[in-house]
Design a protein around this ligand. Structure first.
Ligand code: GLC
Length: 437
């Protein structure tokens, strides 16, 4: 019988919950066609047709130190790279396949360079590993609707031995957990239909992973996908329960709770533009100002944000991504105290923005200036020890004038008369309470 150890779990999750902000990286052969990481499936390319990208792959500009540096400057605390995506191409030197970066013109173990660089920046190291595999000959072709050869009579499932694929998959995960030092996050992707849990040999897999990497954090996609919560939410965790819920391309409305109403640890992953893998024509980038507010939103609901970048075929980040990361970094430089180690607040959500909280410190994120002073609902004047603008440390007084005094039950902060906020994207007030609320 599996016995969930709450204490061990909380200990394992501590850095991750404090970190709040990470970078997702989708990168592989599909950066060459530049039509997203699902292109082989969408365009129903055979292995032979996809091979041309393998033959060509040579990311001469790949410099993961630069990547890690950009992530760090943006205020991110961890990175997660696609060691293998659904197309089956491995960015690492696996002994179980020829379909790997070391066999391409580039000849490098890209995962090795990545883990070194990420650690070098003092960030936590995450690896994404696709449970699906469109390249492996034992992975069902005909019957998996995502497979490029789905219902193609030339690619029947007969003779494909599932156990052989499982062994391959487990072997590769063992390599990732053995050959690259300490791995902080393993991000499996994804379960669907009957392909879930024990179909992946999940108990055995997770036991192996936890033996090799005792502190590793595992997502919930051995059980579910971007939708679904996983067994931790059911109150009856399975041996391969995910450590966090992984909503995708959405921020949950109220955070995420288990059946008993207890907040769960989650991480919203989403794209910076509209694609995970590099897509030449996708210019739908979310403005930095929006992403800053979304990060605050995640934290205010008790979650992490994993923001994706899809580097191009040469190994460079799209220019737009570079710019956005810099902008986020500028804001984080001044305001990250309101992100790291912070979480949900019990205070009511204000009209003008959101609140994040760390102990007796409440961070009021002002997205829209108010007319008149800033109401701090739920707080009495006598509860307030001090109020500061966190960007400058400047004192912000409690309002005491004829406007605010019309509402004696409300505590207002007085930011002065300028209708333009000190930071028009998100001005953060730190309200220190006498005692934690
Ligand atoms: C989906 C997609 C995949 C992407 C993942 C990120 O599961 O299949 O391409 O890697 O989302 O969460």
């Amino acid at each position: 019988m599996y016995c969930f150890n709450e204490e061990e779990y909380q200990k394992r999750m501590e850095w991750y919950v404090n970190a709040r902000f990470g970078m997702f990286l989708h990168w592989g052969l599909y950066a060459i066609p530049a039509r997203g990481e699902w292109m082989r499936s969408f365009e129903k390319l055979t292995d032979e047709e996809y091979q041309r990208y393998f033959d060509e792959f040579n990311p001469t500009d790949y410099d993961p130190k630069k990547w890690a540096h950009m992530a760090k400057q943006a205020g991110m605390k961890y990175m997660v790279l696609t060691a293998k995506h659904h197309d089956g191409f491995c960015l690492f030197d696996s002994q179980y396949t020829d379909f790997k970066s070391t066999n391409t013109r580039c000849g490098r173990d890209l995962v090795r360079e990545y883990v070194d660089a990420v650690r070098g920046e003092g960030l936590k190291v995450g690896l994404y590993y696709s449970l699906l595999d469109w390249h492996h000959e034992d992975y069902p072709h005909f019957s998996d609707s995502a497979h490029p050869m789905y219902q193609n009579p030339d690619y029947p499932d007969e003779g494909r031995v599932w156990e052989r694929y499982l062994e391959y998959m487990h072997n590769q995960v063992r390599e990732l957990c053995t050959n690259y030092g300490k791995i902080d996050i393993l991000w499996f992707d994804y379960s669907f239909g009957e392909y879930s849990g024990e179909k992946w040999g999940a108990t055995k897999l997770v036991n192996m992973v936890r033996t090799l990497q005792p502190g590793v954090i595992i997502d919930n996609r051995l059980e579910v996908s971007g939708s679904g919560l996983g067994s931790l939410a059911s109150g009856n965790p399975l041996p391969y329960h995910g450590d966090f819920v992984s909503p995708e391309q959405i921020i949950p409305q109220e955070g995420i709770r288990d059946v008993n109403g207890k907040p769960l640890i989650w991480e919203a992953c989403f794209t910076m533009n509209d694609s995970w893998g590099y897509r030449l024509t996708d210019k739908y980038f979310k403005p930095a100002s929006m992403l800053i507010k979304k990060l605050v939103e995640c934290v205010s609901k008790g979650g992490n944000m994993l923001l994706n970048v899809g580097p191009d075929a040469k190994g460079n980040f799209p220019e737009e991504s570079v710019h956005i990361l810099q902008e986020i970094g500028k804001w984080m430089d001044k305001n990250s105290e309101s992100i790291y180690g912070c979480g949900m607040s019990e205070m009511p959500r204000p009209d003008f923005g959101r609140i994040t909280q760390k102990g007796n410190l409440l961070y009021y994120h002002i997205f829209d200036n108010t007319i008149g002073p800033i109401p701090l609902l739920g707080i009495e004047k006598k509860d307030v020890k001090k109020i500061r603008l966190i960007s400058s440390g400047a004192e912000v007084p409690i309002a005491n004038n004829w406007v605010s005094n019309n509402y004696p039950d409300i505590t207002f902060a007085d930011l002065g008369n300028n209708p333009i906020l000190p930071d028009p994207v998100d001005t953060v007030l730190e309200v220190e309470l006498q005692h934690q609320k």
